[in-house]
Design a protein around this ligand. Structure first.
Ligand code: MG
Length: 389
């Protein structure tokens, strides 16, 4: 029986993971959960999976939850950063699924590594902000990081059993999001509602907007650099609107191995949970005859400059990826609140990066300070932009 912790259990990845676990109760036992502020759903999850320890983001939510759960179930109920860190390092757990969205996932992921758990990493920001620290600490504590992002799970599945020195190139595929065929002029008046309609993947709001700007792919390039120890110049991106080929590894002999399946996050989640074994019928079968054609094209850098900013950030190194990520989080939140236009997102990121002198990212504090600085700077840039009416 594998004992599982899920950080961010009420989010899209967390819910899918619990769905997989509910169908394999003979293999997995949920022992610890953390959530943000969706108390209604969290209560249901606690009742359904009876974890031993849980934490929520703040004390007000914890009090509400205590009222609701009452004495029904003997669960340790904690709150705040310390509470989530305690859940992340819970001693009776074997595996931590790190699925908190955004930079908030960094510290709990480090806590889980320090307590020696196997990590299923769905939170990409931990690697984007502090890839060097996260991978070095994982090595130091003998911790395996299993990627849950679909592209990285694909690469992991293709690369296993091969020498890293035999890998020539990684090709990350991108659905391209809903606006892949639009011109830059057409993109100016995109509303949050339009941007939230993703053609192939069902995901949370933040990542859906990141998919529409291609920043998601940019963050994934950085993630891949650290996960697989491959430099950015050997990582390419291709738009593949069908989202069937999840990524490709090209070897020195020019042979390529790809991983294919229907686009469903339960696939990579289940693979990380059950690794090195595979569970039966996690997603529906692939009907290539019905899909009939798989297409690929290069991303348009003029319409989607975020991808090139991510390359610029990883090449600059140090704290620059952290700044890229923080400026993007601020810009996406402003877009979702209708404060800026869709095409302003890359402008805010670029202006924030232009003002930053990268520092070496050897200490967690330096990374967190860069994140804080970038948020402030990005807010400043937004204020200076013409407010959308
Ligand atoms: Mg992905």
């Amino acid at each position: 029986m594998k004992r599982i912790t899920i950080l961010g259990s009420t989010g899209s990845i967390g819910r899918s993971a619990l769905d997989v676990i509910s169908r394999h109760r003979d293999r997995f036992k949920v022992v610890a959960l953390s959530a943000g502020s969706n108390i209604g759903l969290f209560e249901k999850q606690i009742r359904a999976f009876t974890p031993e320890i849980v934490a929520v983001a703040n004390e007000a939510s914890a009090q509400e939850l205590r009222k609701r759960v009452g004495t029904w179930h003997a669960v340790s109920l904690l709150s705040g950063q310390d509470g989530i860190a305690e859940v992340a390092s819970y001693e009776k757990s074997d595996f931590v699924l790190s699925a908190i969205v955004g930079s908030a996932g960094l510290i709990p992921t480090i806590s889980a590594i320090h307590s020696g758990k196997t990590i299923g990493l769905a939170n990409k920001e931990a690697l984007v902000m502090a890839g060097k620290i996260v991978t070095e600490e994982a090595k130091k504590y003998g911790v395996k990081i299993l990627p849950v992002d679909s592209e990285h799970s694909a690469i992991f599945q293709c690369i296993e059993g091969h020498k890293r020195s035999d890998v020539r190139r990684i090709i990350l595929t991108a659905s391209g999001g809903p606006f892949v065929d639009k011109t830059i002029g057409e993109m100016n008046n995109i509303t949050p509602e339009e941007a939230l309609k993703h053609p192939s993947w069902d995901m949370g709001k933040k990542i859906t907007i990141d998919s529409a700007t291609l920043m998601n792919k940019g963050l994934e390039v950085i993630e891949a650099c650290y996960l697989f120890g491959i430099p950015p110049e050997r990582i390419d991106v291709l738009i593949h609107p069908q989202s069937i080929v999840h990524s490709i590894v090209e070897f020195n002999d020019r042979s390529c191995i790809a991983q294919l399946s229907v686009p469903d996050m339960k696939g990579p989640i289940a693979y990380a949970l059950s690794y090195p074994e595979r569970l039966d019928d996690i997603v529906v079968g692939l009907d290539l005859e019905r899909i009939s054609s798989l297409t690929f094209k290069r991303p348009d850098n003029e319409c989607f400059p975020c991808l090139s900013y991510a390359y610029r950030a990883i090449e600059a190194g140090g704290t620059m990826p952290s700044v890229l990520n923080a400026a993007n989080e601020v810009a996406v939140a402003a877009f979702l609140h209708d404060k800026i236009r869709f095409n302003d997102i890359p402008v805010i990121i670029k202006k924030t990066m232009d003002c930053h002198v990268p520092q070496p990212e050897t200490e967690l504090d330096t990374v967190i300070e860069a994140d804080r600085w970038a948020r402030e700077k990005a807010e400043e840039v937004i204020k200076k932009l013409k407010i959308k009416n």
